[in-house]
Design a binder for this molecule. Structure first.
Ligand code: AMP
Length: 371
């Protein structure tokens, strides 16, 4: 099989993207500006990414024949979501280079494996424990203390598959039943001062380029606003970038990844803890589309194409505001705001919590719609 360092696409070549959401759509758009084609594989016929590519493969991830056909149509394969089934990644990687490597998925699909991996690198995380029964949950609480967050090991996103345990009097049997899995971890609740993320790109030759550290505000566990640069001292920003670089190197990563972190202010000074690694382009990096000389999407495409990474230069203070659910209906107002750039993902129904679009503003305070 071709090793990642041997992949060198030329304009006109085709990238296969697994997943048809807004991230796939923005990846395909970035690729198209570089003269590269994309083919998107997704089981959902309404995939927003299908709208921007000439060729779509609409099939289940378990459909081996469809996967093989898809692989034969493309030169390299990447993904826009981390829950790519291992079996699909295996079928594809036997036929075409899959970047980032499918082994990355094994680490990042499982919160326990991911935390173990980060810890082994000597990087801090919240205290955590493996939990597989109510009895082990009680033991974990005794060790870690409360409050604590119980999370499913797999398939959790945007706060789904999580429960906050506040007091020893909470109904643990009920909480455990509700979680609906036997594979979970308990994490100490982190009294963070702020949440930040680093979007880093790594090329097959080991070159790493980080975007400026982003500060993230969540509402109901869903990212609402990102600001770049984060309002943190340069020493902390350098530490955050170094953490992302070490993780990317240890994974022998090719492409863009996001590392979400908590910043803690304690009596001994600031501390950075890793919350989560996303092996893909990330919502907190959307500001780079309009707020930097090169976007996270272009960096990812360059990395998997075997092209040199860009050195991203930020255009100013940048704010990205997500349009979630019904908020998408405010787009006409946003369109009239000087300096605002509106992105609409072309999704169907605006369900609660569904990311429908975003707005980027360079040099303007977050959420400014008028005046
Ligand atoms: P996650 O799905 O792990 O990224 O969690 C979603 C959000 O829940 C995070 O961005 C935090 O705002 C919050 N959260 C997750 N884990 C913790 C924790 N251990 N302590 C405090 N807040 C947390």
């Amino acid at each position: 099989m071709t090793s990642p360092s041997q992949v060198r696409l030329k304009p006109g070549d085709t990238i296969g993207i697994l997943g048809g959401g807004q991230l796939g759509r923005m990846l395909a758009t970035a690729a198209s500006r570089l003269g590269l084609r994309c083919q998107v594989f997704s089981p959902d016929p309404d995939s927003p990414a299908f709208d921007v590519v000439a060729n779509a493969s609409c099939a289940e991830y378990a459909d081996v024949e469809a996967l093989e056909l898809f692989a034969s149509d493309v030169d390299v394969i990447t993904y826009e979501f981390e829950n790519v089934p291992a079996s699909a990644a295996l079928v594809l990687s036997a036929r075409r280079p899959v970047l980032p490597d499918r082994m990355v998925l094994e680490t990042t699909q499982d919160r326990l494996a991911e935390k173990d991996f980060v810890t082994q690198l000597g990087i801090g995380t919240a205290q955590y424990a493996d939990v597989n029964s109510v009895a082990s949950l009680r033991q974990a609480i005794a060790r870690i203390g409360l409050p604590a967050v119980l999370k499913t090991r797999r398939f959790g996103y945007d706060g789904k598959g999580q429960a906050l345990i506040r007091s020893p009097d909470d109904d643990l049997d009920h909480i455990w039943q509700e979680l609906g899995t036997k594979a979970a971890i308990l994490e100490a609740f982190v009294p963070f001062e702020r949440e930040i993320s680093v979007i880093a790109a790594r090329a097959a030759d080991g070159q790493v380029e980080c975007f400026d550290v982003t500060e993230n505000e969540h509402r109901d566990h869903i990212l609402k606003v990102s600001r770049a640069p984060a309002a943190i001292p340069e020493r902390l920003a350098a530490e955050a970038r170094d953490i992302a670089r070490r993780i990317a190197n240890a994974l022998n990563y090719v492409g863009v990844l996001a590392v979400e972190m908590f910043v803690l202010a304690d009596t001994t000074g600031h501390k950075v803890l890793v919350n989560e690694i996303a092996p893909r382009v990330h919502n907190s990096g959307h500001w780079t589309l309009d707020g930097a000389s090169i976007s996270q999407f272009e960096q990812h495409i360059r990395a998997i194409a075997g092209w040199p990474l860009g050195k991203p230069v930020r255009h100013g203070e940048v704010t990205m505001t997500n349009l979630i659910g019904e908020e998408i209906h405010t787009y006409p107002q946003w369109l009239t705001v000087p300096g605002a750039t509106v992105h609409i993902y072309g999704k169907g129904q605006p369900r609660p919590g569904r990311k429908m679009g975003h707005v980027t503003q360079v040099g303007v305070a977050a959420g400014t719609k008028s005046g």
